[in-house]
Each structure stands twice: as C-alpha cells, then as structure tokens.
Design a protein around this ligand. Structure first.
Ligand code: SAM
Length: 308
C-alpha cells in the first residue's frame, strides 16, 4: 500500500476505510478523475486504469514521478533548507518579479515556481521538483493559488522537513506504471471506462456556506453546474454498467438521493472554515451505484491510514 507524495486539500486519509467498504468486490480497471493527492489511488494500488486532474502542474508532477523517479529524487536532493539564504546563482536572488524582497531560500523557490514556466523555458522536471519542495516546506502543506494563478502559501515551520521522500516517490512510480495520466475535465472518463470498471469521483466539495472557499484548489472553480454535470456523467456511467463511488460534502445529500444514488453520511469531520469561531464540523457523504450485496463490506481488510 503506497502513500501519497503530496499533501492536498481534500485528502481522503480519514475516509479510506469507509470508501473501501463501498467498492465492489470485483471490478475491471480503476479510474480516478479528480486525483489531487491520490490518497485512495495510492492505497489501492490498481494494476491498470486512468487518473486525471484539471491542474496541469499537478499532472506534470505525476508524469515525472511515473517516468523518471530517480531524476526527480536527485533534483530534489539539491534543494536547500527553506530557511537558509537565497542561492545567489539562481534567478530571484534578491527580489521577485514583482519587486518583493526575497528573504530566504523558500521565497526564492516560490518566486521561481511562480514565473509561469510554460513558455519556451518550461522544464518539466524542475517544475515537478519545485512543486514537491514547496508542498513539503510551505505552511500547512497546501496548494493554493491567488487570482493570478500564483502559488501564494507562506513558509511553514518544520523542525526537519523531508522534501525528498525518495521511498514514496519510488513507490508512487511503481503504482503509476500501469495507469495512464490525463490533464482534462473529468468527463474524459466517459470515453475511457467500460462495463465492470470502477470510477471513484472526489470532486471539489460543494461549499457548506457561501463563505466557505472549500473548492478553490486552483484558479478555476467548480460550481453548481459542474456538480450537476458530474451527476449526469455518473448516470451515463451507471447505464453503461460502470460502478461509481462519489464523495462530497453533506450539502449534496438530498440531491444525490434524488439522483437515485445510495447515499450514506460518514462520521469523518473536517474544518471547512479557517476562521476559528466558525469552524463547523461537517459530515461528508459517500454515494454509490454499487448494489449492497456487491460491496466489499466491513469484513474486507480496510485501507491503511495515511501516516505522514
Ligand atoms: C477533492 S480534490 C481531490 C482530493 C484527493 N482525492 C486526495 O485524496 O487528495 C479535487 C481535485 O479536483 C481537481 N479538479 C477541479 N475541477 C476539475 C475538473 N473539472 N475536472 C477534473 N479535475 C478537477 C482539483 O484540481 C483537485 O485536485
């Protein structure tokens, strides 16, 4: 059972066992169209299938992990402690492109990551290494972009951050070997899943309140129309004999029932609001098209807890 390499908003470590119980005992290929940190995918270690995410930087990271894990590990080993002095040999040794003063190595790497290296200079290995480094050294280990698409999380305080994670990268590479990686909208799965396959949808959660910014994973949001589109895709997959399991926030409970899914509330709670006075404990739901007698059930060995 492999572990995720990145920490990602909406990580599913608390729901692993509950999700596993709802999966069918037997299925063909496995598809995960909203991969994020991939807690479920890596724990499951499917032999073949597809993964996908709309975030191009995340998808590039997994492509590098899959195709050249040792080069990525070697590159990560050259990074320095986030609190050390900026490297005078690198771009942004003193100020960022916006003129902000670079005070340490972390902010220098963040400025390099934010120079939008998608033009002629784009180096996919460097881009992947920067994403992993920032993810492991930033505050809270979360990926967040501002309206301009810049990664804007401040430095974290860790006694001994491990940004290389050589073993996890090697394991993740092994698990990704039989899986194709896509950078599209989730609807791609209609072309890729066939009867008997399993699709697990973990979309950005529908917010519990208008102030909850729970679905801001990247500059593109995921709105109510997207949630409806997801239900439409689910019903098409169901009609084609594909098993579907979905997770979402409790706010979707009635809508998912109305759509004919079997919906259960999970005890797992999460703080959806960073405002301490407004920290709601919110039930999550798991919905499925898998008939109860075809589910693995609780006797099946549960998926492991994510430990890091
Ligand atoms: C809830 S997160 C997935 C969390 C993941 N299960 C984990 O354990 O870390 C949702 C992901 O959906 C991606 N996303 C947003 N809109 C999308 C779309 N239209 N199609 C595919 N992926 C999308 C986001 O980039 C984000 O990584």
């Amino acid at each position: 059972m492999a572990q995720p390499v990145l920490k990602w908003a909406g990580g599913k470590r608390q729901l692993l066992a509950a999700l596993s119980r709802r999966f069918p005992t037997v299925y063909g290929r496995y598809h995960e169209p909203f991969l994020g940190g991939g807690a479920v995918f890596f724990d499951l270690e499917p032999e073949d299938g597809t993964v996908n995410d709309a975030n191009p930087r995340l998808v590039n990271f997994y492509e590098q992990v899959k195709s050249r894990p040792e080069a990525l590990i070697d590159r990560l080993r050259t990074f320095k402690d986030p609190e050390s002095d900026p490297d005078p040999e690198l771009a942004f040794a003193e100020t960022t492109s916006r003129g902000t003063e670079v005070t340490n190595y972390y902010y220098q790497q963040r400025a390099r990551f934010n120079r939008r290296p998608y033009g002629h200079e784009f180096d996919p290995l460097e881009e992947a290494a920067l994403l992993a480094y920032l993810n492991r050294t930033c505050y809270n280990g979360l990926y967040r972009e501002n309206a301009d698409g810049g990664f804007n999380v401040p430095i974290g305080r860790y006694a001994d951050p491990d940004w290389v994670q050589a073993d996890r990268i090697r394991e993740a590479s092994r698990v990704l070997a039989g899986t194709s990686i896509h950078n599209r909208d989730f609807e791609y799965v209609l072309d890729r899943a066939s009867a008997g396959d399993l699709v697990y949808f973990d979309p950005p959660y529908e917010p519990m309140s208008p102030t909850a910014d729970f679905n801001e994973y990247s500059a593109e949001g995921f709105d109510r129309d997207d949630q409806e589109r997801l239900l439409d895709v689910t019903s098409k997959l169901d009609a084609a004999g594909v098993h579907v399991v979905l997770s979402n926030s409790g706010v979707m409970y009635d809508r998912y029932c109305e759509a004919g899914l079997v919906v259960e509330t999970e005890g797992a709670t999460r703080a959806i609001n960073s405002d301490a006075d407004n920290r709601d404990e919110v039930a999550e739901i798991i919905a499925t098209t898998v008939p109860a007698d075809e589910q693995r059930g609780s006797t099946q060995a549960g998926l492991t807890e994510f430990s890091g």
